[in-house]
Ligand binder design. Sequence first.
Ligand code: COA
Length: 260
Amino acid sequence: MEYKNIDVKKEEGIATITISRPKALNALNTETLEELENVLEVLQNDDGVKVIVITGAGEKAFVAGADISEMKDMSVFEAKKFAELGQKVFRKIELMKKPVIAAVNGYALGGGCELALACDIRIASRNAKFGQPEVGLGIIPGFGGTQRLPRIVGVSKAKELIYTGDMIDAEEALRIGLISKVVEQDKLLEEAYGIAKKIMSKGLVAVSLAKEAINKSLEVDIDSGMEYEANAFALCFGTQDQKEGMAAFLEKRAPKFEGR
Ligand code: COA
């Protein structure tokens, strides 16, 4: 598939997806969501890719929301289809076997904030702004915001942000646990790649299993979650990485993980 609205770069095991619709501050239209869905599938199946970084083109916006021009005249059924497409693509990120890092380089509003919420780790540049301004357009978040934001920042803060549509800056996003780091804009990708490389130096089957188990913690009761964790923990003992990791520790040397 040829991409018109995203750029994809692969280097040293890290794939960077850059959402690029400069004229609309990288807003997500149907075409962009379909391209994103396609590239995620390709990267999921690419054994050379271990970690994915998602960012926005330019210095102003990560993604300034779903495309308002496209949504303006949607019928009820078209709107449902649009929400389901966004939800499906973002769920793909969440269920991806590989870690996904959002490098938020500017406005992350509406669908942009929701895109970041679906990623495993969120870091941002100092100029980044987050918000769910949908009620100001007479709609609600439709790409998972009402479900993921309360899980990440708590129900009360999520309701405040969604009911008021207020924008918050990167420092406030850090304070409420929406992101885990704020850096200068020119250091943002470097920082994201640093995190990616640190993850890549570990046992990647274990990282993938940890992602699944943590995701489960948000979806199931604690006993089912514990059972899931015990099974995933046990599965690690079938990997070469577990043997290497423990042998390396006992032999006082650095482990050489193979991701299997
Ligand atoms: N959908 C479609 N187009 C968008 C967009 C969106 N979500 N966000 C920005 N754009 C477009 C603007 O219409 C404008 O296009 P134009 O140059 O053809 O007029 C261009 O991007 C630049 O945006 P502009 O509003 O002029 O920039 P700004 O610096 O004054 O403001 C924002 C930046 C992000 C505060 C403002 O664009 C904004 O509020 N965007 C909408 C955010 C939103 O409500 N998102 C949730 C949608 S559900």
